[in-house]
Design a binder for this molecule. Structure first.
Ligand code: KIV
Length: 273
């Protein structure tokens, strides 16, 4: 991708993502919630950083994504934006900040854009939040949709199992995807649905479709950074590929440090003043 012109870093935009889809190049996206890791993945060349409301689980230890607040999302997103020199930064709108009415949705989106410097927001749901999406888009804020497994609705569904296996749910998902495109979404995330359906959605829509647990027939992939780095150990869904085992690396490093402190091996003379 030609985002580098000489030594100057060119920002990935929503238009860049559309160009990538048009030319058949897959889009890479990862979550980040803090400055240090966002800086690393931005420098590594990731195209989209999602400040996901999965921060509720990963950073705060909550069981679901529901408790995280708009203020907390703004805190995480501000740190990520300070780090990201190249990636497009998309910020999840947390549960309760947009579902009520479209004016409240717009106010929440504007707070995110003004207070974080992020480049776009993401919302979960289809027809039921279409008016909110239209309102936010009409104010000039780019919106990414999210269909399939939508963790903010976990208490409605009851489980984190694969969605839209049944024909009726698959048809609704396809209708919702088309509607989100009509509302002006610049991209859609599809989470944990059959690969064949995800491919059908990606082929039907003009806008990019990014998958997580949605097979390879979509326009890009997203994973939760802490899962793919192997920091989290317990979460083992079939769709997750671990690219590192940081759990072991960090545990061993901390154990060695404790041992060195106890043995008065650290600090040594060279490490002292
Ligand atoms: O919050 C999040 O991390 C997400 C991704 C799983 C897509 O929404």
């Amino acid at each position: 991708m030609s985002v580098h012109s000489g030594s100057e870093i060119k920002r990935v935009t929503t238009h860049t993502l559309q160009e990538l889809k048009n030319k058949g190049e897959k889009i890479s996206m990862l979550t980040a919630y803090d400055y240090s890791l966002a800086k690393l993945i931005d420098a590594a060349g990731i195209e989209v950083i999602l400040v996901g409301d999965s921060a509720s689980n990963v950073m705060a230890g909550h069981e679901t994504t529901l408790p995280i607040t708009l203020d907390q999302m703004i805190y995480h997103a501000s740190a990520v934006v300070r780090a990201a020199k190249r990636a497009l930064v998309v910020v999840d709108m947390p549960f309760g900040s947009y579902q009520g009415d479209s004016l409240e949705a717009l106010r929440s989106a504007i707070r995110i854009m003004k207070e974080t410097g992020g480049h776009a927001v993401k919302v979960e749901g289809g027809a039921e939040i279409a008016d909110c999406i239209c309102k936010i888009v009409s104010a000039g804020v780019p919106v990414m949709g999210h269909l399939g497994l939508t963790p903010q609705s976990i208490y409605k569904f009851g489980t984190y199992t694969v969605r839209a296996r049944e024909e009726a749910e698959a048809q609704k998902l396809l209708r919702d995807a088309k509607l989100l495109q009509e509302c002006g979404c610049f991209a859609i995330v599809l989470e944990k649905i059959p690969a064949k359906l995800a491919q059908q959605v990606a082929q039907t829509l003009q806008i990019p479709v990014i998958g997580i647990g949605a097979g390879s027939g979509v326009d890009g992939q997203v994973l939760v950074l802490h899962d793919m780095l192997g920091i989290t150990k317990e979460f083992k869904p079939r769709f997750l590929r671990r690219y590192a085992d940081l759990h072991t690396i960090i545990t061993e490093a901390v154990s060695r440090y404790i041992e060195d402190v106890k043995n008065i091996d650290f600090p040594n003379e060279k490490e002292s003043y």
